[in-house]
Design a protein around this ligand. Sequence first.
Ligand SMILES: NC(=O)c1ccc[n+]([C@@H]2O[C@H](COP(=O)([O-])OP(=O)(O)OC[C@H]3O[C@@H](n4cnc5c(N)ncnc54)[C@H](O)[C@@H]3O)[C@@H](O)[C@H]2O)c1
Length: 397
Amino acid sequence: MKKIAMLGSGFIGRFYADSLQGYRSRDKIISIYSRREESARKFAEDYQCEHWTTNMEESIAHPDIDVVCISLPNNLHEAAVMLCCKHKKAVITTKPLGRNAEEAKRMLLAVEEAGIFNGYLEDLVYTPKFIKAMESVKNGALGRILWAKSRETHPGPHSEWFWDIEQAGGGCILDLGCHCVEITRSYIGKDIKPVEVMCWADTQVKPIDAEDHAIGLVKYENGAIGQFEVSWTFRGGLDLRDEVMGSEGTIWINSFLRTGFDMFTTGKGADYVAEKAESNTGWLFPVGDELNELGYNHMFMDMFNAMEKGIDPKETFYDGYVVNAILDAAYKSAKTKQWEPVKLDIWRGQTGLSKESHLISYDADYYLIKEEMTHFGTKKLILKHKQTGKISEQIID
Ligand SMILES: NC(=O)c1ccc[n+]([C@@H]2O[C@H](COP(=O)([O-])OP(=O)(O)OC[C@H]3O[C@@H](n4cnc5c(N)ncnc54)[C@H](O)[C@@H]3O)[C@@H](O)[C@H]2O)c1
């Protein structure tokens, strides 16, 4: 059993606590830090924590605590991580790791120097659908991954600090793009270097300094392309979708809306439907087991198993740092309107790759362009001659 200090009693702190303690888990939150006394006390009551405080360091330094879970606004992640280093406590932190790569790099170097366990809580690479999709990608069912797209759009976050660019560090690119980038990066291969980013961003609706809508492309060294689509202005709930295109196959995942559970109600007795649902009447799309569908259960299982075995979890601060570096390039590109290089001072994956060959041989003389069965019953081959480059058609009966 691991004894946990939860820092932050808000939206994600409670989702995490429900996942950690809601399934007879052997791990237990024993200390809660929150900014306001009444929130700390209420959380302690709701989750039977023996210790609550409004002093962050007191919670981290508590002698019984094995691991600290950071569920604080983005501008407080670094200070909390540094305190974990000081007190040599294992640390798992929510996304994004930093407000930018500079902060993320400092956190990465600090935890590694302190020699403490570090986990990056990117839940969306732990959803049951993602895990299954990733298995198929790994076993080659999709062939070479050419394009991976991920979308997270919703009507905007629930607390005031998200809307303040100083505290949040950015708008929807940072808040939602961090998920999409790690999802697409995982499909393409986490050891494949992201090299350049092109991004459009704008503030289309909300009266804020940050962007509320953005679309970006991330180019990888092996020629694959990642795409993110993020918005705080989308109406209709929380849209979470992935698309993966490979040379041998395709995956489409819808994680939150239209997942196969449609319900109609006049509104009688209706209350909470699903995260960021905008309505509780009419046709609704509830999400079966939200904690599981959003990946929290599999994520904590990986984190705590890794901690016990003394190995790295699937997602570490290093991954958080790479994501921040990609998003920094996206912000730069949105301003310059150019492809911007991803600046990675620390890179632990493959280097020197070039675009993989796309040539498929048909025989010694020809490359295969396409094979098709026509509606009139003949099979056609479209071929390219290896020497002359001439493109021709062959009909096979
Ligand atoms: N799916 C996800 O992984 C996911 C979802 C939502 C939020 N998050 C992340 O979780 C972190 C917290 O977000 P949230 O949605 O829980 O926010 P929130 O506003 O609901 O909760 C933040 C909590 O931090 C504490 N706090 C301490 N000092 C504070 C300060 N100065 N200002 C505001 N709060 C302070 C409070 O206990 C507060 O309840 C953010 O980094 C956010 O990006 C992750």
